[in-house]
Design a protein around this ligand. Structure first.
Ligand SMILES: CC(C)[C@H](C(=O)O)[C@@H](O)C(=O)O
Ligand code: SF4
Length: 773
């Protein structure tokens, strides 16, 4: 890992540096978090943790919550309460639990009855909650989206959500610096989604592991903010924790008049823009990894396989195992072709589709809908399609599109015009693919089962998905659209009126209330406020190790989305590797799966010889499921960053063994059905007879916490004086961060929007007051 940073610095170094609360000798850093977005899937256990330890939310004014993953996208005309609106019991419980939590902890919340509700990564920027030079986190891997503003934005697990709620900080370390420079003119029909799919195809899904990517170069500079967001959004698919773009005039223009940004004519705005303008990487900054791309090499791009790195120009043919040298990649290709129902050599444009999904935090902003509408206008979707959906990213995007008549263009063509939410991006709500169905999707993940068990996903841009809808096959947008301008450029500027209207209306003013100056901690238990929950200690672990030899085992595979609807941490062992463990659509064990065989049913360790274990989503349900099954230690060459962190937070030990020969030696013991022993104090792995198999490295602080069973929220509570010092500096130097967007308008101190406006109906129920629809 890189050591303490001295000038020259990168953009990432500068933002990181400005948020350090405390730095330890071993490089462990307590980092201040400016903005925390919260959604229903990854927060219930975090709030429960706060309650159990009688902790309060440290900065309600810097926390914004919404529901997005679980909610139906059907019309809300008859919406009365969330409870009545959501049919599916587990989804309903999760959403209602968030509503209870935002009330109990006094948080700003955009619920189903609020037109500002939407996908968490769409509403943050839309409201100006996301600002340059801030640290932004959310219990969601696509938090990287917000890096488009020059923010350091990354996904975290539920334990870290709890840590941020309680302390407004995170314990972390410096990342590597990676530069992806894209220069030159984009070809006609090529947009930001093609850029990022192409980049991931080049660097691979583990290419950015351990790094923060800065996207730069003339092609990136020429993009709108929305296009930059689509690029940063998928940094996580390239393995990076975060993606960033240096803020510039395009950024400042986008932020003007956003409800939570400083007011454009104020002294604060000038001060902010001056500061934001300094946030550029120094000319001679050091990069750990550099990638240079010529924009003209990028064609309209689609994915063919089950990993976001499996991409190809639309003019290409389906690749086959012979196209890959690396044996792991050959195997992955065979498996992907089988899952996708494709034959090597088939022209991509001859692949027929069943469904079209235009939506998700990657591509459901107004410019995305405009670019799709331009292709669709005056045409009809192909007859072979079973369903074509447009799911706007937020209520405000939906209203804006309707005011431009885009809804009618889509409806006339045969699309469904839905309400905002994550929808078929991951199918936690009723919008899913049936087994075997093939979908052209503007989302970001094409993992097995991602959009529904057995469903097949092809990733692409909104314009390409629109073209596919008209043709009924994967299609080349250039054949349907006048190839005058690239899809990412030349879009009309986003209209801001709809975005600011809410906050200036009387109704909204009424819904804004003062935060109590000295809010007493919410007490829900008997534990003292600084209490440390504690974890079981990890010292020596001996047991069977289950061998895996595939790479890129994603957290969707470790635990599929249908099991994320719990509000508890426990009982997830049955869901572990569900799609692999049971025969399709049944609860019958698949005897060929390793964990269904003896002695691996009783594994305590998992050995994976392929790279990038636990990539993808931030769901802490993945380590919870492993732990509940009995697996406490994983041995692999590399990991998805968020998964890696999440395991430690649960008292588990993920070990990086990068020497492939050593790894194979450990895997051989595992395959022979022999026990192995992991000795953390001595950092040694031994065979069943006590012979040393490997030594391993582990960060000092993490080892200390594991061996002593320490909960790091309790530890951070001990640094509260330093957190207060940082907050004082923050108020002095960056006053616009103290909830000042609303403060500037209403002059009443840090404020928040009341969670759900309540009123009594004539049936005597207390409900959220629906806004106009
Ligand atoms: C549910 C959430 C944890 C997850 C994520 O972290 O990405 C989801 O948004 C996804 O896209 O898989
Ligand atoms: S990737 Fe999909 S599921 Fe995850 S936050 Fe974005 S829209 Fe929602």
């Amino acid at each position: 890992m890189p050591s303490a940073v001295k000038p020259p610095q990168t953009l990432y170094d500068k933002v990181f540096q400005d948020h350090i609360v405390e730095e330890k000798q071993d490089g462990t850093i307590l980092l201040y978090i400016d903005r925390h977005l919260v959604h229903e899937v990854t927060s219930p256990q975090a709030f429960e943790g706060l309650r159990n330890a009688s902790r309060k939310v440290r900065r309600p004014d810097c926390t914004l919550a919404t529901v997005d993953h679980n909610i139906p996208t059907a019309s809300r005309k008859n919406l009365t309460t969330t409870e009545k609106f959501i049919d599916e019991a587990d989804s309903r419980i999760q959403c209602v639990t968030l509503e209870d939590n935002v009330k109990a902890f006094d948080l700003t919340y955009f619920g189903l009855d609020d037109k500002r509700q939407g996908i968490v990564h769409i509403i943050g920027p839309e409201q100006g909650f996301t600002l340059p030079a801030t640290t932004v986190v959310c219990g969601d891997s696509h938090t990287s989206t917000h890096g488009a503003f020059g923010a350091l934005a990354f996904g975290i697990g539920t334990s870290e959500v709890e840590h941020v709620l309680a302390t407004q900080t995170l314990i972390t370390r410096r990342s590597k610096n990676m530069k992806v420079q894209v220069d030159g003119e984009l070809a006609p029909g090529v947009g930001s989604k093609d850029i990022i799919l192409y980049v991931i195809g080049q660097i691979g899904t583990a290419g950015g592991t351990g790094a923060v990517i800065e996207f730069c170069g003339s092609a990136i500079r020429g993009l709108s903010m929305e296009a930059r967001m689509s690029i940063c959004n998928m940094s996580i698919e390239g393995g990076a924790r975060a993606g960033m773009v240096a803020p510039d005039q395009t950024t400042f223009e986008y932020l003007k008049n956003r409800p939570l940004a400083p007011k454009p004519d104020s002294a604060e705005w000038k001060k902010a823009v001056n500061y934001w303008s300094t946030l550029k990487s120094d000319e001679d900054a050091n990069w750990d990894i550099e990638v240079y791309i010529d924009a003209k090499d990028i064609a309209p791009t689609v994915s063919w396989g089950t990993s976001p790195q499996d991409v190809i120009p639309i003019t290409g043919v389906v690749p086959g195992p012979d196209d890959f040298q690396d044996p792991v990649k050959k195997e992955a290709c065979k498996r992907a072709l089988k899952y996708m129902g494709l034959t090597a050599g088939t022209p991509m444009q001859e692949i027929p589709l069943d469904k079209i999904f235009i939506g998700s935090c990657t591509n459901a902003r107004i410019e995305d809908l405009r670019s799709a509408a331009r292709i669709v206008e005056g045409k009809k979707i192909a007859k072979n399609l079973k369903r074509a959906m447009i799911v706007p990213g937020s209520g405000l995007v939906k209203r804006q599109a309707e005011s431009e008549g885009l809804d009618q263009i889509f409806i006339d063509a045969g699309f469904e015009w839905r309400e905002a939410g994550c929808s078929m991006c991951l199918g936690m709500n009723p919008d899913i693919l049936s087994p075997g169905e093939r979908c052209a999707s503007t989302s970001n993940r094409n993992f097995e089962g991602r959009q529904g068990a057995g469903g097949r996903t092809h990733l692409m841009s909104p314009a390409m998905a629109a073209a596919a809808a008209i043709v009924g096959n994967l299609a080349d947008v250039r054949k349907l659209a006048p190839p005058s301008a690239s899809a990412a450029k030349g879009s009309p500027k986003v209209e801001l009126d709809a975005h600011v209207e809410d906050i200036s209306s009387d109704e909204d003013l009424d819904r804004i209330i003062d935060a109590p100056a000295d809010a007493p901690p919410q007490t829900h238990g008997d534990a003292p406020p600084g209490a440390t929950a504690g974890m079981p200690k990890f010292e020596t672990l001996r047991g069977y190790a289950a061998p895996f030899d595939v790479g890129n085992i994603d957290t969707d595979a470790i635990i599929p989305k249908q099991f994320l609807k719990t509000i508890k941490r426990s009982g997830l062992g049955v869901a572990l590797f569900h799609a692999w463990r049971y025969e399709a659509g049944t609860e019958k064990e698949d005897a060929s799966f390793i964990l269904n065989q003896d002695p691996y049913r009783n594994s305590k360790i998992l050995v994976c010889t392929g790279p990038n274990f636990g990539c993808g989503s931030s769901r802490e349900h993945a380590p919870w499921a492993l732990l509940d099954f009995g697996i406490k230690c994983i041995i692999a060459p590399s990991y998805g960053d968020i998964f890696f962190n999440n395991t430690f937070k649960n008292g588990m030990l993920p070990l990086r063994i990068t020497d492939q020969a050593v790894l194979e030696k450990i895997a051989a013991e595992a395959k022979a059905g022999k026990e192995i022993e992991v000795d953390l104090p001595n950092q040694t792995i031994r065979d069943a007879d006590g012979n040393e198999l490997a030594k391993f490295d582990v960060e000092e602080f993490r080892k200390h916490c594991l061996v002593n069973g320490l909960d790091d929220i309790g530890l951070t509570m001990g640094s509260v004086d330093k957190i207060e010092l940082h907050e004082a500096k923050r108020t002095r130097e960056w006053p616009w961060l103290d909830g000042s967007g609303y403060l500037a308008r209403h002059g009443r101190g840090p404020v928040k929007v009341e969670a759900v406006p309540v009123k009594k109906t004539n049936r005597g129920e207390v409900v959220g007051e629906p806004l106009e629809w």
